[in-house]
Write a protein that binds this ligand. Structure first.
Ligand SMILES: NC(=O)c1ccc[n+]([C@@H]2O[C@H](COP(=O)([O-])OP(=O)(O)OC[C@H]3O[C@@H](n4cnc5c(N)ncnc54)[C@H](OP(=O)(O)O)[C@@H]3O)[C@@H](O)[C@H]2O)c1
Length: 214
């Protein structure tokens, strides 16, 4: 499959591109500056320009599936949280519907199923993720939502703890590399469609963990 990765230059995105290649997919790395094209090519992906706050539509040309792993990050204001994490994600969902791209994997966040359980400064971000997830769930797309806990840059372990359609509050942080591998497994297993999966660091091999309970 040809898979457009939104946020390809980010922590999860950079780790995802070569893994998609290894899994015989054709990754498209969507970035917002041409200066990022070479590193995207170096990771075996075709670069495309797309700014979630600006010109975006042609970024999905030729894609069969989309992974959304963009984010405004913790050092920007809540205005960017609304424009990128919420509205940017909604724009991508609508663009997929308009372009007949059915498969969508969303990197959401632990806690996004119920923002009322979260208080403090992170709550607006969790609300943004919740609303973006809800838009995707109510769309016509075949969606899998991954809700990782706090991300780290540690090496991947190849193992996670995955919770289908439930969002427990306690668990270990998770390496970005393991989230990237979980995305690949989801794209290769249609049984994950229609599910929201909370991810922590854990000790179940990812390919086993990403199987919905029967
Ligand atoms: N950090 C955590 O602990 C945590 C926990 C749970 C979930 N998440 C979610 O996991 C996902 C990936 O996290 P990460 O830490 O790997 O992300 P990251 O390194 O912060 O990367 C985010 C990417 O989004 C891109 N981006 C920002 N604004 C954009 C725009 N207007 N148009 C297009 N692209 C834009 C950035 O582009 P540039 O490279 O050009 O800046 C960057 O490459 C995010 O959705 C995040 O919300 C994070």
């Amino acid at each position: 499959m040809s898979i457009a990765v939104i946020g390809a230059n980010g922590g999860i995105g950079r780790r995802l591109l070569p893994r998609l290649n290894e899994a015989d997919h054709e990754p498209i790395g969507v970035v917002r500056s041409e200066e990022q094209f070479d590193p995207i090519r170096d990771r075996g992906a075709k670069p495309m320009l797309g700014d979630l706050e600006g010109q975006f539509a042609s970024a999905l040309d030729g894609a069969d599936a989309v992974v959304f792993t963009a984010g405004a990050g913790g050092s920007t204001g809540w205005d960017k949280t609304i424009l990128v994490d919420l509205w940017g994600a909604e724009r991508v969902v609508r663009a997929c519907e308009a372009n007949g791209i059915d498969r969508f994997v969303m990197i959401s966040s632990r806690g996004a199923d119920d923002p009322e359980r979260r208080q403090g400064p992170i709550k607006p971000y969790i609300v943004a993720k919740h609303v973006a997830d809800r838009t995707l769930q109510q769309s016509s797309l075949d969606e899998t939502i991954l809700r990782p806990t706090r991300l780290t840059d540690e090496e991947g372990t190849g193992c996670v703890a995955a919770y289908f359609d439930t969002d427990p509050e306690a668990g270990d942080p998770i390496p970005r590399a393991d989230v990237a591998q979980a995305v690949v497994e989801c794209l290769d297993h249609d049984a994950t469609i229609g599910h929201a999966v909370t991810l922590y660091g854990g000790d179940t091999p990812i390919e086993d963990a990403i199987q919905p309970p029967s």
